[in-house]
Design a protein around this ligand. Structure first.
Ligand code: ZN
Length: 269
């Protein structure tokens, strides 16, 4: 079954035609996990969720940790009130690329930003563990701060809760392998259809299919042939097609195996 393991139909980019996009997902028989990035978009993800085609992940994105507090009681209540719809915590993690956003909100140093992101990441992990939910992890290296994925690995290893995915993976092969050894899934987006560096292709070739999830990260990162346009969940099939080429398997196999991975990880019906 085709699953888009990470999308943001809850974001503003879909305000004009959300119901049509949702209808296209349903017509395609797609399962979609909509991912929150703050309190408001987490609630929106729940509002879209039906426990059949659409599910929600709740979290405060690392680029937003200086915008608002991560209110742990509020998130616990959302989980309690929406069992069967909420399947994960996140996205959470380390983003060393958009440090400017935290400085603009009053952060004084890189150390302070990293510290705050770590504290919030740990709160997500605690809630995920307590409620038996998966965790959706975001990582992004900065030009002068290339250790986001290493820091993610270190924290996950120390915390020892390993039910989750590092989505839109942007690290190197050895970082991917470390995370897979911990038990994590590696999330592959439409970047795989246009990446010229060869790094992501090598990762897809080397990481066992049993540890790969496919995703759109819609509205961002539209795959070829829609690159540069607004992305939407049905385009996840282009990610599956590219992975099929790289793995030298049929698209049907890729859809079935990555679909089973996502359904197992998130406990989807
Ligand atoms: Zn995302």
């Amino acid at each position: 079954m085709l699953v888009d393991s990470h999308a943001h139909l809850n974001f503003q980019a879909f305000n004009e035609d959300r119901s049509q996009v949702i209808a296209r997902c349903k017509n395609a028989g797609l399962l979609v996990v909509n991912v929150g990035a703050a309190k408001a978009t987490s609630q929106q993800a729940i509002d879209i969720a039906d426990g059949q085609n659409f599910y929600a992940s709740l979290g405060l994105h690392p680029i937003h940790v200086f915008d608002e507090e991560f209110e742990i009681n509020n998130y616990q209540k959302l989980i309690d009130d929406n069992r069967g719809k909420v399947v994960a915590m996140g996205e959470t993690g380390f983003d060393y690329f958009h440090l400017d956003m935290s400085f603009a909100k009053g952060a004084k140093s890189v150390a302070e930003i990293k510290d705050k992101q770590k504290k919030v990441f740990l709160q997500h992990l605690e809630l995920a563990k307590k409620n038996n939910l998966a965790v959706i992890v975001h990582g992004r290296n900065g030009k002068d701060e290339p250790d986001a994925y290493q820091d993610i690995y270190d924290l996950l290893k120390t915390f020892a809760y390993t039910r989750g995915v590092v989505h839109c993976f942007g690290g190197n092969l050895s970082e991917a392998k470390q995370l897979v050894d911990l038990g994590f899934y590696i999330g592959i987006t439409g970047i795989i259809t246009f990446d010229k560096t060869g790094v992501l292709e090598e990762i897809v070739r080397e990481v066992p299919l049993e540890h790969i999830l496919i995703e759109t990260d819609a509205p961002y990162l539209a795959p070829e042939p829609y690159r540069g346009k607004r992305n939407e969940p049905i385009y996840v099939k282009y990610v599956a097609e590219k992975i099929a080429q790289i793995k030298e398997k049929s698209v049907e196999d890729i859809i079935e195996i990555t679909g089973d991975n996502a359904r197992g990880l998130f406990n989807l019906s």
